[in-house]
Design a protein around this ligand. Structure first.
Ligand code: NAI
Ligand code: MG
Length: 353
């Protein structure tokens, strides 16, 4: 099989870090005769928007649909307001391609530092519901009038949506030999949607007897991230809770320069999308000092999604080899190297594996 990959570098440091990820991809294919790919690059970014008044062509989603996967950089540029790339490019892809899983590894790579007191193992994943929940357009301003304004924001949770994300989480735990799933809830205070969430998650948990299940209030989990992260293996969370916990997670595991993510359509009906957590970083764009690790790790997640855990592991170990040596690091993690030097160093480690 030749994997067809749509590459969207985007703006700012997006194309800079994407370049390094593509070097890694080429190296893998050169080394492994069973892995072939074909990339098509799309220049749907702010320049494209300035010229066409759209972030992507009218038939953009149709063009992307036939790919096995989408590798995304970052989009956003001071020439347009921040919501444009989000609502005209990133969200339409996530929603139309039913990428209802947001997957974030929270793993302190070998060689990286955490701001936490305890330097114990940090290695778990967050699986966040990515399509419904608290982020809905339902609601509105119910009552107008000075000092009497009232706004309502509805959370939409469906049995089907909860069941799908919970099943994905437990299946992931089973496939990766994890012993425990931790449900992030708040059903003591959010009494309608979160109680449905809990009951559906518990039903799914019952189908996975070998994996232990625990329910924790989300505020307590936030504390756990800081005090005892090694107790966590997989955190299952709703859209809002998962969003907040993910940022806390990247903060304890080395920061934005090294935080990857995946937006997954599990049944493979549509392409999934892999992207670093960070944005286009206009403050350092063009200087050649952006950390490419988040983008390269996102590429590794794509390979894992293709069923090539072997290639994923090779890439991750090569990244760790470079980090651990500490000779070739970008300034955000305490070094003086350029984006390109870090990418080249990772490629050299890869060639030795
Ligand atoms: P940002 O993530 O671009 O930058 C935040 C800070 O982290 C900056 O100081 C930046 O220099 C640093 N940083 C980020 N990635 C880095 C890397 N790989 N290496 C070294 N340092 C790195 O977030 P910000 O500044 O809030 O947003 C900038 C633009 O990016 C905005 O237009 C925003 O809308 C967009 N954005 C796009 C996202 C996406 O494409 N998914 C996600 C977040 C923001
Ligand atoms: Mg966020």
């Amino acid at each position: 099989k030749v994997y067809k990959i749509a590459v969207l570098p985007g703006d700012g440091i997006g194309p800079e870090v994407m370049n390094e990820a593509l070097k890694v991809l080429k190296t893998l294919s050169d080394m492994d005769s069973t892995f072939d790919y074909e990339i098509t690059e799309f220049n749907w970014n702010t320049d494209y928007y300035m010229e066409h008044g759209l972030m992507m062509p009218e038939n953009g989603l149709k063009q992307l649909k036939s790919f096995d996967s989408i590798l995304f950089g970052a989009a956003g540029d001071s020439r347009v307001s921040e919501h444009i790339p989000i609502w005209e490019l990133i969200m339409p892809i996530r929603k139309n391609f039913q990428q209802y899983i947001n997957f974030r590894p929270i793993k302190l790579l070998r060689g990286l530092e955490t701001p936490l007191q305890q330097k114990e193992d940090i290695d778990f994943v967050i699986i966040r519901e990515n399509a419904e929940g608290e982020y809905s357009t339902s609601g509105g301003k119910m009552y107008q009038g000075e000092s009497r304004e009232l706004a309502v924001q509805n959370t939409i949770m469906t049995r089907e949506g909860i069941s799908k994300v919970a099943t994905y989480a437990f299946q992931y735990a089973r496939d990766h030999k994890l012993r425990k799933v931790t449900n992030a809830t708040k059903s003591n205070a959010i009494i309608h949607t979160m109680t449905l969430w809990d009951s559906v998650v518990e039903e799914v948990a019952n189908d996975f007897k070998e994996i232990s299940y625990e329910k924790y209030y989300v505020d307590a989990i936030a504390a756990l991230f800081v005090e005892r992260p090694k107790d966590l293996q997989l955190v299952l969370a709703s859209n809002l809770f998962g969003d907040i916990l993910s940022d806390l997670g990247s903060a304890i595991a080395g920061g934005l320069g090294v935080a990857p993510s995946a937006n997954i359509n599990p049944n493979g009906e549509y392409p999934s999308m892999f992207e670093p957590v960070h944005g286009s970083a206009p403050d350092i764009a063009g200087k050649g000092i952006a950390n490419p690790v988040a983008q390269i790790w996102s590429l590794a997640l794509m390979l894992q999604n293709f069923g090539r855990s072997d290639l994923h592991d090779k890439v991750l170990f090569s990244i760790e080899d470079v980090l651990e040596e500490k000779r070739t690091l970008t300034p955000d993690i305490g070094g003086k190297a350029t984006t390109e030097q870090v990418g080249d160093a990772i490629v050299r480690k890869l060639q030795k594996r």
